[in-house]
Write a protein that binds this ligand. Structure first.
Ligand code: IFM
Length: 458
């Protein structure tokens, strides 16, 4: 069994989670810089001040990727590193950094996929109202234009935003991500609308500035995904409908973020249900938001399981006692990578990438000096088999990005969750390739062949 010949095997990361150097070389502060410095927000007052020190150790990390035969690297650019105030004055040193990273990657034959925003929102713009300020969408486009102008002679793949559910929902509504606010519904829907506008303006900016035909994607979280417990068409249909329902938690829902972008409208039922809280949505705005994109990035970690209740609804099936969970408490549900892509393709008819998938695990250095993360290997093996099943049924998934290369700063939970295929000793910044890293290299070298043959050596 192999994957399609052009299938892309990559790893993904984000600036705040790995870079450190949070005040170096002209960088402005982000809301994560200020939030993590406040007592009580993150356990043990952990911050991304140093993280994996990747800003300084970039060469080393690219060498590791090269040794692992990684074909593509999805990383994010830090907005306040480029524009310390969020707009206006450019920090050339910030641009130089990403310039160097891109060159280094290309030197090693690793294709860059750039995420333009992965949550490290400029603090100076937060002081101007943050996502509640409609102008932020334009400031974002200004920043995107600068980055694309500088890097697009070598970079073709762009992702506008990562998981708006987090930087709007978790950050502004639930208060457990920076800047830690608990705004009411009216404000939240307005901020969400502005973030969609920012995405749309960014698409236009990329197409306007790109020096080669760009390939543009957008990567909301795929939290609400239901997979049927049987092949009964009624169960499948119930799960499909529930996956895109946006009634209970619209800001968390997939369709709230993807329908406007791909279908040019907000989900009808939620528009009705929440009408008293919604901002004025004009045709002009929807036109900006629905600028054509080339692919949807799916960040998939788990799925609920569901079945039809006989009355047109989906009921969630409870997990049996002792069901497998990752260290973060997420269910081990490989079929997420089968049903997720199938349902998305059927609704949006777009090319897909798995832009994130992985597992947090209790990894430690064993007596022999290695990290034997067998659970990660088993997890990935199961998920990738399901992804292959979807692809062999014709679902257009172009690539897979493992989350993540190195263990890193996992937002609200600090350094307690390890997601990497490379272990980081956060005291001395040593890197050790885990068993899963070696395993992933074999998967890549065989284009997935070792997944079925079981010849992966583990
Ligand atoms: O670490 C995060 C990433 O920043 C966004 N998606 C989920 C990952 C694991 O929680």
């Amino acid at each position: 069994m192999e994957f399609p010949k052009d299938f892309i095997w990559g790893v993904a990361s984000s600036a705040y989670q790995i870079e450190g150097s949070y005040k170096s070389e002209g960088k402005g502060l982000s809301v994560w810089d200020t939030y993590t410095h406040e007592q009580g927000n993150i356990s043990d007052l952990e911050t991304g001040d140093i993280a994996c020190d990747n800003y300084r150790l970039l060469d080393k990390d690219v060498e590791i990727m090269s040794a692992l035969k990684i074909q593509a690297y999805r990383f994010s650019v830090s907005w306040p590193r480029i524009l310390p105030e969020g707009y206006g004055k450019i920090n050339e040193k910030g641009l130089d950094h990403y310039d160097r990273l891109v060159d280094k990657l290309l030197e090693k034959n690793i294709t860059p996929y750039i995420t333009l925003f992965h949550w490290d929102f400029p603090y100076e713009l937060y002081l101007k109202g943050g996502w509640l300020n409609r102008d932020v969408a334009k400031y974002f486009a200004e920043y995107v234009n600068i980055v694309v102008n500088r890097l697009s002679d070598r970079v073709k793949y762009w992702i506008t935003e990562n998981e708006p559910q987090c930087y709007i929902g978790a950050a502004l509504q639930d208060g457990n991500h920076a800047p830690g606010l608990s705004l009411g519904k009216k404000d939240i829907f307005l901020a969400a609308h502005h973030s969609l506008l920012a995405h749309g303006h960014a698409v236009t900016a990329i197409r306007g500035a790109a020096k080669q035909p760009p390939v543009i994607g957008y990567a909301p979280a795929s939290w609400y995904l239901w997979s049927p417990i049987s092949d009964d068409p009624a169960d499948i249909e119930a799960c499909r409908a529930k996956t895109f329902a946006a009634g209970e938690d619209p800001i968390g829902a997939t369709s709230w973020w993807l329908d406007p972008v791909c279908l040019g409208k907000y989900p009808d039922t939620s528009m009705y249900q929440y009408k008293e809280y919604l901002p004025k949505v004009t045709d002009y705005d929807m036109k900006i938001i629905s600028q054509p994109i080339d692919f949807i990035g799916m960040n998939v970690y788990q799925t609920y399981r569901g079945k039809a209740d006989g009355q047109g609804q989906c009921v969630t099936v409870k997990e049996e006692p002792g069901y497998a969970h990752t260290d973060a408490g997420w269910s081990v549900t490989p079929e997420a990578l089968y049903w997720g892509p199938k349902f998305y393709e059927a609704r949006y008819h777009k090319k897909l990438y798995i832009t994130e998938n992985g597992i947090s695990n209790q990894d430690w250095v064993c007596l022999d000096g290695n990290i034997h993360d067998y659970q990660r290997i088993d997890f990935l093996h199961r998920y990738l088999l399901q992804l292959h099943r979807a692809i062999s049924e014709g679902i257009p998934v172009e690539g897979y990005f493992h989350w993540t290369l190195t263990d890193n700063f996992e937002w609200a939970t600090g350094y307690s969750n390890r997601f990497g295929i490379v272990y980081i000793d956060f005291i001395n910044q040593d890197r050790i390739i885990k068993d899963s890293g070696v395993w992933y290299r074999r998967v890549i070298e065989s284009n997935g062949g070792t997944l079925l043959s079981g010849s992966d050596g583990f």
